[in-house]
Design a protein around this ligand. Sequence first.
Ligand SMILES: [Cu+2]
Length: 229
Amino acid sequence: MAMARVTRREFLRAVGVGAAALSAVALLGDCASSRSTGPGLASTGTVKGTVTDLGGAPQAVGRIYLLEDSGLNDGQYADVASDGSFDFGAIPTGQYQLRFWGADLADVPESLPNPVRITVTAGQTTVVQFRIVLGAQDTNLRQIDVGDYFFQEEPYGLPNGTVVVPLGTLVCWYNVGRMTHTVTGGPWGDSGPLGLDANFNWLANQAGTFPYRCTFHAPAMQAVLQVTA
Ligand SMILES: [Cu+2]
């Protein structure tokens, strides 16, 4: 079915998505693991969930990344199955984040959290529901996560690596860490302090190689943005 192309913001305005539609995170008691008494089991919980559209229908699209509490993506993921479910199995207890990645096929609306912070509790199952919007996404947008203490392009970049984008790209730095950071350097100057979940955007309107840093955490936290003509 042909649909008019709308931006994500226009779409969300049209369907009236607000804070009430936040992705749900629930903790379920896992009877099977709490009955088990083998050594080591108490130090893990399980993480799983579903991907649905905004109407709640399961969608078999995308991949879920398991990020560290700092926001670091070290490459752990679970693909979304044909019934819209994903399952990481047993992982060590602690704080993590889950990020939905739909390449250019789907994305989480900007009004909903992505990544989502979770706590993995011993012997319990953490269930996360991602609500997504299907359809071609804006490929002129690149996201660089800002964490404790690194810059990292999602979903494949190395921490504090070089990101190469063509002229005209909208580069969005998004703070996924727990600390306040800055994005400082290059033609954009200084983002100012970015608190929890804050972001900073720059339309790459100038070619060149631009080292940048976090003023609070350099030299540990610095990276390079290269804009090609
Ligand atoms: Cu910093």
